[in-house]
Design a protein around this ligand. Structure first.
Ligand SMILES: Cc1cc2nc3c(=O)[nH]c(=O)nc-3n(C[C@H](O)[C@H](O)[C@H](O)COP(=O)(O)OP(=O)(O)OC[C@H]3O[C@@H](n4cnc5c(N)ncnc54)[C@H](O)[C@@H]3O)c2cc1C
Ligand SMILES: *[C@@H]1O[C@H](CO)[C@@H](O)[C@H](O)[C@H]1NC(C)=O
Ligand SMILES: *[C@@H]1O[C@H](CO)[C@@H](O)[C@H](O)[C@H]1NC(C)=O
Ligand SMILES: *[C@@H]1O[C@H](CO)[C@@H](O)[C@H](O)[C@H]1NC(C)=O
Length: 493
């Protein structure tokens, strides 16, 4: 199996292997936990060891810098087995990780040198026409969910590009093409099947209000989710896709984006303007979306009038639109995300974003030839948080005003550049925050979206005033902090 991995992943595996061998003492107790799990679970679940195909799939991540060499991996197939696994890991105090779609860019959030739990066997998609809900297994990616629902004429509020996992996305908030119409993904979850840290499986719905609140943004702090129950929404064909623009057109793209952000009030219309820097030049990947087969005249004309480099816009299925942009353009490179919350994407902010793109693109490509950097401008309507009650979810901590996320993404090849890339992503977010403040936007302390925020961001910045309530819920359901053995955004016990 190892020969099938790209060469740079092989090198990375070697780099991880040596320290793992050195930490041999620790590893022996992890091996004991792997063996205990192997002996305890039913035939619906399985433990895998290094060098097997399944192990390689279980530890793989979208960003290679998020892949760790686990001691073993396990694919639980039932909630009972998952409960048994958590009991063994808890009583042995064995480090572990939980992986849904493996798109976390922060190292160690869904990877470990301990026991890798991969949720892939939880893979149902079941639409209930009576309750207008959809049950979705925690091991799926959104592409699979959309494809299964398409013939039924319904959809759920999920991811915007190909390959992203349902679980981590939904447990953190969830910004969707459907968000202007229906809110965040957390605003559209009715129930969870949850394996508690003590191994007991429960259904979390409105009869368990503290956990329902906590799971809407609180990640893996309260146990492991095996199934989400989403509200179903009607879905027909949509319009849109990807246009790319080169350097000469960037002033026109900035103007079109600022005009869209400041004037469009149709909740079915949405865009992502991605500024990137590739092969020495800035450019833009422009995603357009309209939730109907044909958009009304006017909304997208300014974008469509700009001379383009490539253009793939059509009336299509929702899943086809989601797959229109290559999510793996960089193919397994190392990566980091960071974020800024913006109140308004006006011309001043977009000028600052373009300046950051050119500044960091030129500077970082001197360090590592494989550098790709991008800034996603996501001009949602400022009413995006108004689709759910004020205190219904752990994230966002306040719904008093809409916060529009900006996603910074740097990709590179060499592990020796890790620190510089991380530090640069911090500096760039700070620069853009300063630019927004100078523009009169009160965002110096605005809450940040955890699925975009860089490791090291204080959890107070994600959960705000909700942190005390989350800590109380954590003390009630995970007093011995079993879930603290797994990485991620951690609520203090
Ligand atoms: C290409 C790309 C596009 C993206 N687009 C969007 C977007 O449009 N909108 C948006 O909001 N975000 C987007 N994101 C961010 C995305 O929400 C996060 O990367 C998210 O973590 C992905 O979920 P996952 O299941 O793939 O992650 P994973 O890496 O598998 O998990 C992330 C976190 O969730 C925890 N977790 C996973 N499964 C479970 C479970 N069953 N129970 C408990 N905890 C669990 C993990 O332990 C980890 O801490 C995008 C990311 C990428 C890389
Ligand atoms: C990207 O994903 C597509 C579709 O899943 C796949 O065919 C292609 O080989 C991938 N490219 C890279 C560079 O990994
Ligand atoms: C461009 O960005 C760099 C790096 O953040 C910053 O030092 C510089 O002041 C910016 N220039 C302008 C004109 O904003
Ligand atoms: C696990 O915790 C839940 C919630 O605190 C409790 O109801 C349940 O009885 C516990 N199960 C066991 C086996 O202790």
């Amino acid at each position: 199996m190892l020969v099938a991995l790209p060469r740079f992943q092989m090198l990375r595996l070697l780099g991880v292997l040596l320290p793992t061998l050195v930490a041999g003492l620790n590893a022996r107790s992890v091996i004991s936990s792997c063996e205990a799990i192997e002996n305890a679970v039913s035939s619906a679940s399985e433990v895998y060891w290094p060098l097997s195909i399944e192990y390689a799939e279980d530890i793989e991540h979208w960003a290679s810098s998020s892949t760790d060499l686990a001691t073993c991996s396990v694919e639980p197939g039932t909630t009972d087995d998952l409960g048994t696994i958590l009991q063994i890991l808890g009583s042995n105090q064995t480090p572990f990780a939980v992986k849904g779609g493996g798109h976390a860019t922060n190292p160690g959030f869904s990877s470990t040198t301990g026991v890798q739990i991969a949720m892939s066997r939880f893979s149902e998609v079941a639409y209930d026409a009576t309750t207008q809900t959809v049950d979705v297994g925690a091991g799926l990616i959104w592409d699979d969910v959309y494809a299964a629902l398409e013939p039924l004429g319904v959809n759920v509020v999920g991811g915007r590009v190909s390959g992203v996992g349902v679980a981590g996305f939904s447990l953190g908030g969830g910004y969707s093409w459907l968000t202007n119409q229906y809110g965040l993904t957390v605003d559209n979850i009715i129930a969870y099947q949850l394996v508690l840290p003590n191994g007991t499986a429960i259904v979390v719905d409105s009869s368990v209000p503290d956990l329902l609140f906590a799971l809407k943004g609180g990640y893996n702090n309260f146990g492991i989710v095996t199934r989400f129950t989403f509200k179903a929404v009607p879905q027909g064909q949509v319009w849109g896709g990807l246009i790319t623009f080169t350097e000469n057109e960037l002033d026109a793209v900035n103007a079109a984006t600022a005009n869209f952000a400041e004037s469009v009030t149709d909740p079915k219309a949405q865009i992502i303007t991605t500024y990137n820097f590739l092969l020495g030049e800035p450019g833009v990947s422009q995603l357009l979306f309209y939730n109907a087969p044909t958009p009304p005249d006017g909304i997208f004309d300014e974008f469509l009038d700009i001379p383009y480099f490539t253009k793939d816009i059509s009336t299509r299925s929702f899943v086809s639109l989601v797959q229109a942009s290559p999510s793996n353009i960089t193919g397994g490179t190392r990566g980091v995300f960071n974020t800024v919350s913006i109140l308004s994407y006006d011309a001043n902010i977009l000028t600052a974003v373009l300046n950051e793109t050119v500044f960091w693109g030129s500077r970082l490509s001197l360090l590592d030839t494989a550098v790709f950097i991008s800034y996603d401008v996501e001009p949602f309507m400022t009413t995006l948080f108004s689709k759910a009650p004020a205190s219904s979810a752990a994230y966002p901590p306040s719904r008093a005003q809409g916060l529009l996320p900006l996603n910074i993404y740097f990709a590179w090849l060499l592990p020796t550049s890790d620190e510089t890339m991380q530090q640069s992503a911090v500096l760039s977010a700070q620069q853009l925050t300063n630019a927004a403040v100078a523009d009169g936007q009160d965002v110096a302390d605005a809450s940040l979206y955890g699925n975009y925020a860089i490791a090291g961001t204080p959890v107070e910045r994600i959960f705000g005033d909700n942190l005390d309530q989350l800590t109380a819920t954590k003390q009630k359901y995970d007093p011995s902090n079993v879930m603290g053995l797994a990485g991620g955004w951690k609520v203090p016990v």
